[in-house]
Design a protein. Structure first.
Length: 288
């Protein structure tokens, strides 16, 4: 498309928009990747967009500045038929390490995942359990031991705010209460966009034809959140930005999953029991 500009361009040129400001004679051009004939095929786009979710592709490549007001955070990428297992999932002994992702704040929630051969398997959710860390953590630990047996080692990936504050009767931080129970704690990523991206990378990937994330059908709150319950706000307020997901009944369990996925992404593999001794995570030394 040309606007008020005397310039010679090939007749078949595509992928550009050019115009001139008649007041100051400045010329502007907006260039799209399709201006390059080699980048117009479906094959090129498929290869170039690999590992990129639709929102990122639209912003980075399609020059689209659409605001996702009220849109589900993952609803475009999530496929219930693909990502929700048809049968209950159980941990496999091929990997003796399970991760528990924990969200504190408004309503404590916890997610149990196993990372195996590049895939995340979501085994169980504990959504919106309340505020008493001491009671909730003890109940979840006992239930996991009963459900999955004694042969698994757990790593607790927690909401970083739990290192400094918490909902306890003694005023202790959530992390301190969990350490009293003998739990091995590392903080998840704080930045919301990085946390969402960590989940998204598994959501949009496949490993040998299988989805990068697979969810036990009992995880109803997590599944419904993926399907649109976990969404961006309809409008921005003083305490709620448009580009940050709305805090609602689905957000806590999704925060928990995000924390766990950020550390899977950071460490790359939990195929074997990892020695965390001396690791420096977010400026904190952990000696397990």
């Amino acid at each position: 498309m040309e606007r008020d500009l005397n310039v010679e361009l090939p007749k078949e040129t595509k992928g550009y928009e050019i115009w001139k400001n008649s007041n100051n004679n400045f010329a502007c051009m907006r260039l799209h990747y399709s201006a390059d004939p080699a980048k117009r095929s479906k094959e090129w786009k498929k290869q170039a967009s690999y590992g990129m979710d639709q929102k990122t592709w639209n912003t980075e490549m399609e020059l689209s500045w659409e605001v996702y007001t009220g849109a589900g955070v993952y609803s475009t990428e999530f496929n219930r038929e693909l990502h929700v297992s048809k049968i209950p999932l159980s941990p496999t002994s091929n990997n003796p390490v399970l991760l528990r992702g924990w969200d504190f704040g408004g309503n404590h929630s916890c997610i149990i995942v196993q990372y195996l051969n590049g895939r995340v398997r979501v085994l169980k959710e504990y959504a919106n359990m309340g505020f008493n860390t001491r009671r909730i953590a003890k109940e979840i630990v006992e239930d996991c031991n009963l459900t999955f047996g004694p042969d698994y080692r757990y790593i607790e990936v927690i909401d970083p705010s739990g290192l400094h504050e918490g909902k306890t009767s003694t005023g202790m931080a959530c992390a301190d209460v969990m350490r009293e129970l003998g739990l091995q704690i590392i903080p998840g990523e704080q930045d919301p966009s990085r946390r969402i991206d960590a989940v998204m990378q598994f959501l949009i990937s496949t490993v040998k034809g299988r989805p990068g994330i697979e969810i036990d059908p009992s995880c109803r709150m997590l599944i419904d959140g993926f399907a649109g319950g976990y969404h961006y706000p309809e409008k921005e307020t003083k305490n709620q930005k448009r580009n940050k997901p709305e805090k609602n009944e689905y957000s806590h369990i999704h925060d928990a999953l995000q924390y766990a996925c950020t550390r899977i992404s950071s460490f790359g593999s939990f195929e074997k029991s990892i020695d965390f001794k001396g690791m420096d995570l977010d400026g904190i030394k952990y000696d397990f």
